[in-house]
Design a binder for this molecule. Structure first.
Ligand code: EPU
Length: 332
């Protein structure tokens, strides 16, 4: 279905209108609409990780509305499930938990949809969505052919994938195939989840704990505009991490691939005294410094000015450069 001048929902609550908006419920529908879609193109999910720097996107915004979930196979160990890219992510998690399937529960309550989850490799509480992805089914918008990518071909890293790269953008995610465990397998290494007592350890209990932890720290997009973590946690060399630790012995640090070290951007922003800081109608969230919020009526300029102030302040104090996790959409 093609719409003209359609507002694009985004959890930051910023004004954004697409000159052309294509919502498709099947690959056939997408193929039919592509010839009438002016460029540039932007493929969006639930709008929970976007910052529209301009109130109008003159090209085409595509939205996948494929929302079926189907079981493809099941054996004694695992079940293989296909979910349309337009399925609301947390609905999928709830569905897995209700069926007694393990692997998605730590990712409860993350806003957004299945397709975008696979593009961004969403993660929380020691889990990443790549851990349960079997393959990603896409439409190559150049050849107009469908193409499936195995997990290895998706090139997953921390909040990154091939689909986020320049070469990967032409592949629109249609659906995602997941493999979940039917035998109990919990991932409770992360702080807050360690406290669940073993007699009450169930999938539902883990989901509830994750939801409670998120609700305590992260704003509800229905109440306060935000896009979750605004910045990625920076990854630095071991040498840099050691010198920071010598100066700040309580700095959280986590091992990252290739001998690198991941730092906590939220902790650094907090240490700069910026938690709860307000600038015009934008702010650093008072309960989690990694989240920038729209306190009502903020413009994209106000949010970006605040983001730049945070980047400069952290760089001056720690010598580390933060990069946005949020996708900033320039004028179309
Ligand atoms: N911290 C502070 N002050 C703050 C925020 C954090 O001192 O204001 C400290 C915490 O005490 C902790 C450390 O920093 O020692 C890490 O904080 P937290 O566990 O809250 O996680 P995070 O690294 O800030 C990441 C993800 C979140 C995810 C949480 C939980 C990124 C960019 N963010 O945040 O994901 O929910 O871990 O696993 O990786 C998102 O991507 O939108 C998101 C919310």
């Amino acid at each position: 279905m093609i719409y003209k001048d359609k507002p694009v929902y985004n959890t930051f609550g910023l004004e954004a209108v697409a000159g052309t908006y294509v919502e498709y419920c099947s690959a056939e529908e997408l193929l039919r609409d592509i010839p009438d879609a002016p460029r540039p193109w932007l493929h969006v999910g639930g709008g929970s990780n976007l910052l529209f720097a301009h109130p109008r996107f003159e090209g085409t915004v595509f939205h996948n509305a494929m929302n079926a979930i189907e079981v493809l196979s099941e054996d004694e160990e695992s079940v293989v499930v296909r979910a349309g890219g337009g399925v609301v992510w947390d609905f999928f998690v709830q569905w897995c938990v209700n069926h007694g399937w393990y692997g998605a529960e730590n990712l409860s309550l993350i806003p957004g949809e299945v397709g975008a989850a696979a593009v961004q490799n969403i993660g929380a509480y020691g889990a990443e969505v790549k851990d349960i992805i079997e393959r990603v089914e896409t439409l190559d918008t150049e050849t107009l052919r469908e193409r499936a990518f195995s997990r290895e071909e998706c090139g997953y890293g921390y909040r990154s994938s091939f689909f986020k790269s320049e070469a990967g953008r032409r592949f629109f995610v249609l659906s995602v195939v997941f493999r979940l465990s039917v035998v109990p397998k919990f991932n409770l290494g992360y702080g807050a989840l360690k406290d669940i007592d073993s007699p009450s350890l169930t999938l539902a209990a883990v989901r509830e704990k994750v939801i409670a932890t998120r609700e305590a720290k992260l704003p509800d997009p229905e109440q306060i505009g935000s896009a979750g973590s605004f910045f990625m946690n920076p990854v630095v060399s071991r040498q840099k991490a050691e010198s920071l630790l010598a100066e700040y012995p309580d700095m959280p640090q986590y091992p990252a691939p290739d001998g690198m070290v991941k730092l906590s951007a939220g902790w650094m922003i907090d240490r700069c005294g910026l938690k709860g800081y307000l600038r015009a109608n934008a702010g650093v969230y008072e309960k989690q410094a990694l989240v920038l919020v729209n306190l009502g009526g903020a413009t994209s300029e106000e949010i970006l000015a605040l983001a730049n102030q945070v980047i400069d302040t952290v760089r001056d104090k720690f010598g580390v450069t933060l990069h946005p996790e949020v996708q900033i959409i320039k004028k179309g």
